[in-house]
Design a protein around this ligand. Structure first.
Ligand SMILES: Cc1cc2nc3c(=O)[nH]c(=O)nc-3n(C[C@H](O)[C@H](O)[C@H](O)COP(=O)(O)OP(=O)(O)OC[C@H]3O[C@@H](n4cnc5c(N)ncnc54)[C@H](O)[C@@H]3O)c2cc1C
Length: 340
Protein backbone atom coordinates (compact mmCIF):
# COMPACT_ATOMS: atom_id res chain seq x y z
CA UNK A 1 0.00 0.00 0.00
CA UNK A 2 1.47 3.23 -1.10
CA UNK A 3 0.44 6.40 0.66
CA UNK A 4 0.60 9.45 -1.60
CA UNK A 5 0.62 13.02 -0.36
CA UNK A 6 -0.91 16.08 -2.04
CA UNK A 7 -2.27 13.79 -4.73
CA UNK A 8 -4.27 15.06 -7.71
CA UNK A 9 -7.71 13.45 -7.99
CA UNK A 10 -8.30 14.67 -11.56
CA UNK A 11 -8.07 11.15 -13.02
CA UNK A 12 -10.22 9.73 -10.21
CA UNK A 13 -13.44 11.69 -10.76
CA UNK A 14 -15.45 11.68 -13.98
CA UNK A 15 -16.03 15.44 -13.72
CA UNK A 16 -12.26 15.74 -14.19
CA UNK A 17 -11.95 18.26 -11.36
CA UNK A 18 -8.34 18.93 -10.43
CA UNK A 19 -8.65 18.84 -6.63
CA UNK A 20 -5.96 17.38 -4.37
CA UNK A 21 -6.12 14.89 -1.55
CA UNK A 22 -3.79 15.54 1.39
CA UNK A 23 -3.33 11.74 1.61
CA UNK A 24 -4.36 9.09 -0.91
CA UNK A 25 -4.12 5.30 -0.81
CA UNK A 26 -5.86 2.28 -2.33
CA UNK A 27 -6.86 -0.90 -0.51
CA UNK A 28 -7.75 -4.28 -1.96
CA UNK A 29 -8.75 -6.15 1.22
CA UNK A 30 -9.99 -5.55 4.74
CA UNK A 31 -6.54 -5.94 6.33
CA UNK A 32 -5.12 -3.15 4.18
CA UNK A 33 -8.09 -0.94 4.99
CA UNK A 34 -7.71 -1.60 8.74
CA UNK A 35 -3.99 -0.82 8.53
CA UNK A 36 -4.73 2.47 6.76
CA UNK A 37 -7.19 3.43 9.46
CA UNK A 38 -4.60 3.17 12.26
CA UNK A 39 -3.56 5.09 14.18
CA UNK A 40 -7.01 6.36 15.10
CA UNK A 41 -5.71 9.93 15.02
CA UNK A 42 -5.98 9.75 11.22
CA UNK A 43 -9.73 9.75 11.61
CA UNK A 44 -9.98 12.35 14.36
CA UNK A 45 -7.42 14.78 12.94
CA UNK A 46 -8.80 14.79 9.43
CA UNK A 47 -12.44 13.73 9.85
CA UNK A 48 -13.87 10.70 8.05
CA UNK A 49 -11.88 9.57 5.04
CA UNK A 50 -13.55 9.89 1.66
CA UNK A 51 -14.14 6.40 0.31
CA UNK A 52 -13.76 6.47 -3.43
CA UNK A 53 -15.12 4.09 -6.04
CA UNK A 54 -15.09 5.10 -9.71
CA UNK A 55 -15.61 8.80 -8.84
CA UNK A 56 -18.64 9.02 -11.16
CA UNK A 57 -21.10 10.45 -8.65
CA UNK A 58 -19.07 13.09 -6.82
CA UNK A 59 -18.33 16.77 -7.28
CA UNK A 60 -15.11 17.85 -5.57
CA UNK A 61 -15.60 21.48 -4.57
CA UNK A 62 -12.09 21.95 -3.20
CA UNK A 63 -8.97 20.18 -1.99
CA UNK A 64 -9.48 17.47 0.62
CA UNK A 65 -7.44 18.15 3.72
CA UNK A 66 -7.58 14.53 4.79
CA UNK A 67 -7.64 10.98 3.53
CA UNK A 68 -9.04 9.61 0.30
CA UNK A 69 -9.15 5.80 0.28
CA UNK A 70 -9.87 4.09 -3.01
CA UNK A 71 -11.72 0.81 -2.74
CA UNK A 72 -10.16 -1.79 -5.03
CA UNK A 73 -11.60 -4.97 -3.53
CA UNK A 74 -12.34 -7.25 -6.47
CA UNK A 75 -13.75 -10.72 -7.08
CA UNK A 76 -17.08 -12.27 -8.05
CA UNK A 77 -18.17 -15.49 -6.26
CA UNK A 78 -21.28 -17.64 -6.26
CA UNK A 79 -22.51 -17.74 -2.66
CA UNK A 80 -25.41 -20.14 -3.26
CA UNK A 81 -27.93 -21.08 -5.92
CA UNK A 82 -31.19 -22.91 -6.40
CA UNK A 83 -33.39 -23.68 -9.42
CA UNK A 84 -34.58 -20.09 -9.67
CA UNK A 85 -31.81 -17.84 -8.42
CA UNK A 86 -28.07 -17.46 -8.16
CA UNK A 87 -26.56 -15.32 -5.38
CA UNK A 88 -23.41 -13.53 -6.51
CA UNK A 89 -21.09 -11.71 -4.13
CA UNK A 90 -18.93 -9.06 -5.71
CA UNK A 91 -16.06 -6.98 -4.34
CA UNK A 92 -16.94 -3.31 -3.94
CA UNK A 93 -14.12 -2.33 -6.29
CA UNK A 94 -15.45 -4.34 -9.24
CA UNK A 95 -16.43 -2.12 -12.15
CA UNK A 96 -20.23 -2.12 -12.35
CA UNK A 97 -20.54 -2.59 -16.10
CA UNK A 98 -17.99 -5.44 -16.09
CA UNK A 99 -20.15 -7.11 -13.43
CA UNK A 100 -23.22 -6.66 -15.66
CA UNK A 101 -21.36 -8.22 -18.60
CA UNK A 102 -20.29 -11.14 -16.37
CA UNK A 103 -23.97 -11.75 -15.49
CA UNK A 104 -24.99 -11.60 -19.14
CA UNK A 105 -22.21 -14.01 -20.16
CA UNK A 106 -23.46 -16.49 -17.54
CA UNK A 107 -27.12 -15.92 -18.37
CA UNK A 108 -27.95 -14.47 -14.95
CA UNK A 109 -30.81 -12.01 -15.40
CA UNK A 110 -31.79 -8.84 -13.57
CA UNK A 111 -29.09 -6.24 -14.22
CA UNK A 112 -29.22 -6.01 -18.03
CA UNK A 113 -31.25 -2.76 -17.92
CA UNK A 114 -28.51 -1.27 -15.74
CA UNK A 115 -25.82 -1.76 -18.41
CA UNK A 116 -23.16 0.89 -18.89
CA UNK A 117 -23.77 2.79 -15.65
CA UNK A 118 -20.29 4.06 -14.71
CA UNK A 119 -18.68 3.41 -11.33
CA UNK A 120 -18.14 0.41 -9.09
CA UNK A 121 -20.36 -2.22 -7.51
CA UNK A 122 -19.65 -0.92 -3.98
CA UNK A 123 -21.29 2.43 -4.67
CA UNK A 124 -24.35 0.90 -6.35
CA UNK A 125 -26.37 0.54 -3.10
CA UNK A 126 -25.36 4.06 -1.96
CA UNK A 127 -27.89 5.71 -4.22
CA UNK A 128 -29.82 2.60 -5.30
CA UNK A 129 -28.71 3.08 -8.89
CA UNK A 130 -31.45 2.87 -11.45
CA UNK A 131 -32.14 3.07 -15.16
CA UNK A 132 -34.73 1.91 -17.71
CA UNK A 133 -37.30 0.75 -15.19
CA UNK A 134 -34.95 -1.24 -12.92
CA UNK A 135 -33.36 -0.26 -9.63
CA UNK A 136 -30.56 -1.90 -7.72
CA UNK A 137 -33.00 -2.83 -4.94
CA UNK A 138 -34.71 -5.24 -7.39
CA UNK A 139 -31.62 -7.49 -7.41
CA UNK A 140 -30.02 -6.63 -4.07
CA UNK A 141 -29.66 -9.39 -1.46
CA UNK A 142 -27.22 -8.13 1.19
CA UNK A 143 -23.96 -6.29 1.71
CA UNK A 144 -21.09 -6.32 4.15
CA UNK A 145 -19.66 -3.07 5.43
CA UNK A 146 -16.94 -1.99 7.86
CA UNK A 147 -17.78 0.62 10.48
CA UNK A 148 -15.03 3.25 10.44
CA UNK A 149 -15.12 4.09 14.15
CA UNK A 150 -16.29 0.83 15.79
CA UNK A 151 -14.06 -1.19 13.44
CA UNK A 152 -16.76 -3.85 13.19
CA UNK A 153 -18.16 -5.77 10.24
CA UNK A 154 -21.89 -5.32 9.75
CA UNK A 155 -24.28 -7.08 7.35
CA UNK A 156 -27.16 -5.13 5.82
CA UNK A 157 -30.15 -6.74 4.14
CA UNK A 158 -32.46 -4.81 1.81
CA UNK A 159 -34.68 -3.63 4.69
CA UNK A 160 -31.67 -2.29 6.61
CA UNK A 161 -30.56 -0.28 3.56
CA UNK A 162 -33.87 1.67 3.41
CA UNK A 163 -33.63 2.05 -0.36
CA UNK A 164 -35.52 4.91 -1.96
CA UNK A 165 -35.35 6.79 -5.24
CA UNK A 166 -31.56 7.36 -5.66
CA UNK A 167 -31.32 7.00 -1.92
CA UNK A 168 -30.32 4.67 0.90
CA UNK A 169 -29.39 4.71 4.57
CA UNK A 170 -25.76 5.29 3.51
CA UNK A 171 -26.63 8.73 2.12
CA UNK A 172 -28.54 9.71 5.26
CA UNK A 173 -28.34 8.17 8.73
CA UNK A 174 -25.05 6.34 8.10
CA UNK A 175 -23.44 8.93 5.84
CA UNK A 176 -19.60 8.63 5.96
CA UNK A 177 -19.78 5.92 8.61
CA UNK A 178 -19.32 2.69 6.65
CA UNK A 179 -17.04 1.30 3.98
CA UNK A 180 -18.98 -1.13 1.79
CA UNK A 181 -16.72 -4.14 1.19
CA UNK A 182 -18.86 -6.61 -0.75
CA UNK A 183 -22.35 -6.64 -2.24
CA UNK A 184 -24.40 -9.78 -2.81
CA UNK A 185 -26.97 -9.79 -5.64
CA UNK A 186 -29.81 -12.22 -6.32
CA UNK A 187 -29.97 -12.86 -10.07
CA UNK A 188 -32.64 -14.82 -11.81
CA UNK A 189 -32.00 -17.96 -13.88
CA UNK A 190 -35.31 -17.41 -15.68
CA UNK A 191 -35.29 -13.90 -17.11
CA UNK A 192 -38.24 -11.58 -16.72
CA UNK A 193 -37.67 -9.06 -19.49
CA UNK A 194 -38.38 -5.43 -18.84
CA UNK A 195 -38.61 -3.52 -22.12
CA UNK A 196 -41.45 -1.14 -21.34
CA UNK A 197 -39.32 1.80 -20.28
CA UNK A 198 -37.78 4.49 -22.48
CA UNK A 199 -36.82 3.57 -25.99
CA UNK A 200 -35.81 -0.08 -25.35
CA UNK A 201 -38.65 -1.70 -27.34
CA UNK A 202 -38.09 0.74 -30.22
CA UNK A 203 -34.34 0.08 -30.20
CA UNK A 204 -34.88 -3.71 -30.21
CA UNK A 205 -37.19 -3.38 -33.18
CA UNK A 206 -34.71 -1.15 -35.00
CA UNK A 207 -32.02 -3.79 -34.47
CA UNK A 208 -34.34 -6.48 -35.87
CA UNK A 209 -34.27 -8.55 -32.67
CA UNK A 210 -36.72 -11.44 -33.11
CA UNK A 211 -35.96 -13.41 -29.96
CA UNK A 212 -35.65 -11.44 -26.73
CA UNK A 213 -32.63 -12.15 -24.52
CA UNK A 214 -30.83 -10.34 -21.70
CA UNK A 215 -27.91 -9.78 -24.10
CA UNK A 216 -30.22 -8.13 -26.66
CA UNK A 217 -31.64 -5.84 -23.95
CA UNK A 218 -28.17 -4.97 -22.66
CA UNK A 219 -26.98 -4.17 -26.19
CA UNK A 220 -30.04 -1.97 -26.76
CA UNK A 221 -29.48 -0.10 -23.49
CA UNK A 222 -25.79 0.38 -24.36
CA UNK A 223 -26.68 1.83 -27.76
CA UNK A 224 -29.31 4.18 -26.31
CA UNK A 225 -27.04 5.38 -23.51
CA UNK A 226 -24.06 5.88 -25.82
CA UNK A 227 -26.14 8.04 -28.16
CA UNK A 228 -27.79 10.08 -25.39
CA UNK A 229 -25.27 10.67 -22.63
CA UNK A 230 -21.96 12.52 -22.85
CA UNK A 231 -18.98 10.19 -22.39
CA UNK A 232 -17.00 11.35 -19.32
CA UNK A 233 -13.79 10.33 -21.10
CA UNK A 234 -14.55 13.08 -23.62
CA UNK A 235 -16.40 15.67 -21.54
CA UNK A 236 -16.37 15.73 -17.73
CA UNK A 237 -19.70 14.97 -16.06
CA UNK A 238 -21.36 12.81 -13.41
CA UNK A 239 -24.55 11.86 -15.24
CA UNK A 240 -27.81 13.38 -13.97
CA UNK A 241 -26.87 16.15 -11.59
CA UNK A 242 -30.36 16.49 -10.07
CA UNK A 243 -33.08 14.06 -9.03
CA UNK A 244 -36.52 14.19 -10.65
CA UNK A 245 -38.66 15.96 -8.02
CA UNK A 246 -41.81 14.34 -6.65
CA UNK A 247 -44.78 16.59 -5.87
CA UNK A 248 -48.38 16.22 -4.70
CA UNK A 249 -51.23 15.90 -7.20
CA UNK A 250 -52.79 19.29 -6.25
CA UNK A 251 -49.54 21.15 -6.88
CA UNK A 252 -49.17 19.27 -10.16
CA UNK A 253 -52.67 20.21 -11.32
CA UNK A 254 -51.95 23.88 -10.59
CA UNK A 255 -48.66 23.71 -12.51
CA UNK A 256 -50.35 21.97 -15.43
CA UNK A 257 -52.75 24.92 -15.82
CA UNK A 258 -49.85 27.34 -16.28
CA UNK A 259 -47.49 24.92 -18.09
CA UNK A 260 -49.63 22.50 -20.15
CA UNK A 261 -46.53 20.85 -21.66
CA UNK A 262 -45.03 19.88 -18.29
CA UNK A 263 -43.44 16.40 -18.43
CA UNK A 264 -44.57 14.20 -15.54
CA UNK A 265 -45.06 10.56 -14.51
CA UNK A 266 -47.74 9.39 -12.06
CA UNK A 267 -46.39 7.45 -9.07
CA UNK A 268 -48.00 4.49 -7.32
CA UNK A 269 -48.50 6.50 -4.11
CA UNK A 270 -50.61 9.12 -5.94
CA UNK A 271 -47.83 11.70 -6.20
CA UNK A 272 -46.28 12.89 -9.47
CA UNK A 273 -42.67 12.79 -10.58
CA UNK A 274 -41.58 15.72 -12.74
CA UNK A 275 -38.84 15.51 -15.36
CA UNK A 276 -36.13 17.75 -13.86
CA UNK A 277 -34.50 18.06 -17.30
CA UNK A 278 -37.66 19.64 -18.72
CA UNK A 279 -37.92 22.14 -15.83
CA UNK A 280 -34.26 23.13 -16.30
CA UNK A 281 -34.67 23.46 -20.05
CA UNK A 282 -37.71 25.74 -19.59
CA UNK A 283 -35.54 28.03 -17.48
CA UNK A 284 -33.21 28.45 -20.45
CA UNK A 285 -30.18 26.54 -19.12
CA UNK A 286 -29.80 23.88 -21.81
CA UNK A 287 -26.53 24.53 -23.65
CA UNK A 288 -25.53 27.31 -21.21
CA UNK A 289 -21.81 27.73 -20.69
CA UNK A 290 -19.78 30.05 -18.48
CA UNK A 291 -16.05 29.50 -18.69
CA UNK A 292 -15.64 25.72 -18.68
CA UNK A 293 -18.75 24.99 -16.58
CA UNK A 294 -21.93 24.25 -18.46
CA UNK A 295 -25.27 22.59 -18.86
CA UNK A 296 -25.12 19.97 -21.62
CA UNK A 297 -26.51 21.03 -25.00
CA UNK A 298 -28.65 17.86 -25.40
CA UNK A 299 -29.26 16.76 -21.77
CA UNK A 300 -30.21 19.66 -19.51
CA UNK A 301 -29.99 17.36 -16.47
CA UNK A 302 -26.26 16.83 -17.01
CA UNK A 303 -23.81 19.52 -15.88
CA UNK A 304 -20.45 19.38 -17.62
CA UNK A 305 -16.84 20.41 -17.27
CA UNK A 306 -15.53 21.43 -20.69
CA UNK A 307 -11.94 21.31 -19.44
CA UNK A 308 -10.70 23.33 -16.51
CA UNK A 309 -13.82 24.22 -14.56
CA UNK A 310 -13.41 24.12 -10.80
CA UNK A 311 -15.81 22.15 -8.63
CA UNK A 312 -16.93 25.46 -7.12
CA UNK A 313 -17.89 26.79 -10.57
CA UNK A 314 -19.98 23.68 -11.28
CA UNK A 315 -21.53 23.90 -7.82
CA UNK A 316 -22.39 27.60 -8.27
CA UNK A 317 -24.01 26.80 -11.62
CA UNK A 318 -26.08 24.09 -9.94
CA UNK A 319 -27.21 26.61 -7.31
CA UNK A 320 -28.26 29.12 -9.98
CA UNK A 321 -30.25 26.35 -11.70
CA UNK A 322 -31.92 25.31 -8.42
CA UNK A 323 -32.91 28.90 -7.72
CA UNK A 324 -34.35 29.58 -11.16
CA UNK A 325 -36.42 26.36 -11.15
CA UNK A 326 -37.70 27.23 -7.68
CA UNK A 327 -38.61 30.73 -8.85
CA UNK A 328 -40.38 29.67 -12.06
CA UNK A 329 -42.16 26.51 -10.89
CA UNK A 330 -42.10 26.68 -7.06
CA UNK A 331 -40.37 23.28 -7.11
CA UNK A 332 -37.14 22.64 -5.21
CA UNK A 333 -34.71 20.38 -7.06
CA UNK A 334 -32.36 18.15 -5.09
CA UNK A 335 -28.80 17.36 -6.18
CA UNK A 336 -28.22 13.69 -6.97
CA UNK A 337 -24.43 14.02 -7.13
CA UNK A 338 -22.54 13.83 -3.82
CA UNK A 339 -21.02 17.22 -3.06
CA UNK A 340 -17.62 16.80 -1.40
C1 LIG B 1 -22.31 9.35 -17.77
C2 LIG B 1 -22.92 8.91 -16.45
C3 LIG B 1 -24.15 8.27 -16.45
C4 LIG B 1 -24.72 7.84 -15.25
N1 LIG B 1 -25.92 7.21 -15.29
C5 LIG B 1 -26.50 6.79 -14.15
C6 LIG B 1 -27.76 6.08 -14.19
O1 LIG B 1 -28.32 5.81 -15.24
N2 LIG B 1 -28.30 5.70 -13.00
C7 LIG B 1 -27.70 5.95 -11.81
O2 LIG B 1 -28.25 5.57 -10.77
N3 LIG B 1 -26.50 6.61 -11.74
C8 LIG B 1 -25.89 7.02 -12.88
N4 LIG B 1 -24.69 7.69 -12.82
C9 LIG B 1 -24.09 7.98 -11.51
C10 LIG B 1 -23.01 6.95 -11.06
O3 LIG B 1 -22.55 6.20 -12.15
C11 LIG B 1 -23.54 6.00 -9.99
O4 LIG B 1 -24.04 6.70 -8.89
C12 LIG B 1 -22.46 5.02 -9.50
O5 LIG B 1 -23.03 4.05 -8.66
C13 LIG B 1 -21.33 5.71 -8.74
O6 LIG B 1 -20.33 4.77 -8.52
P1 LIG B 1 -18.84 5.18 -8.20
O7 LIG B 1 -18.08 3.95 -7.87
O8 LIG B 1 -18.28 6.00 -9.30
O9 LIG B 1 -19.04 6.06 -6.90
P2 LIG B 1 -18.19 7.32 -6.42
O10 LIG B 1 -18.51 8.50 -7.26
O11 LIG B 1 -16.75 6.95 -6.27
O12 LIG B 1 -18.83 7.54 -4.98
C14 LIG B 1 -20.17 7.97 -4.83
C15 LIG B 1 -20.48 8.06 -3.33
O13 LIG B 1 -20.43 6.76 -2.77
C16 LIG B 1 -19.43 6.68 -1.75
N5 LIG B 1 -18.80 5.35 -1.93
C17 LIG B 1 -18.27 4.84 -3.06
N6 LIG B 1 -17.84 3.59 -2.85
C18 LIG B 1 -18.09 3.30 -1.54
C19 LIG B 1 -17.88 2.17 -0.71
N7 LIG B 1 -17.32 1.05 -1.17
N8 LIG B 1 -18.25 2.24 0.59
C20 LIG B 1 -18.84 3.36 1.09
N9 LIG B 1 -19.07 4.46 0.34
C21 LIG B 1 -18.70 4.44 -0.94
C22 LIG B 1 -18.48 7.83 -2.00
O14 LIG B 1 -17.84 8.24 -0.82
C23 LIG B 1 -19.44 8.88 -2.55
O15 LIG B 1 -20.13 9.53 -1.51
C24 LIG B 1 -24.07 8.11 -14.01
C25 LIG B 1 -22.83 8.75 -14.02
C26 LIG B 1 -22.25 9.14 -15.22
C27 LIG B 1 -20.89 9.80 -15.21
Amino acid sequence: MQIQENFSLKRFNTFGIDAQARFFASFSNLNDLAALLTPDSRLTTHGSPLILGGGSNILLTGNINGWVLKNEITGIDIVKEDDEFVYLRTGAGENWHRFVLYCIDHNYAGVENLSLIPGNAGASPMQNIGAYGVELKDVFYELEAFHLLDKTLVKFNAGDCAFGYRDSVFKNRYRNQFVILTVCFRLSKQPRFNTSYGAIAQELEKAGVKELSIKAISDAVIRIRSSKLPDPAVIGNAGSFFKNPQIGIEQFQQLKKTFPGIVAYPMEDGSVKLAAGWLIEQCGWKGYRKGDAGCHAHQALVLVNYGDASGKEIYDLSTAILESVQQKFGVMLEREVNII
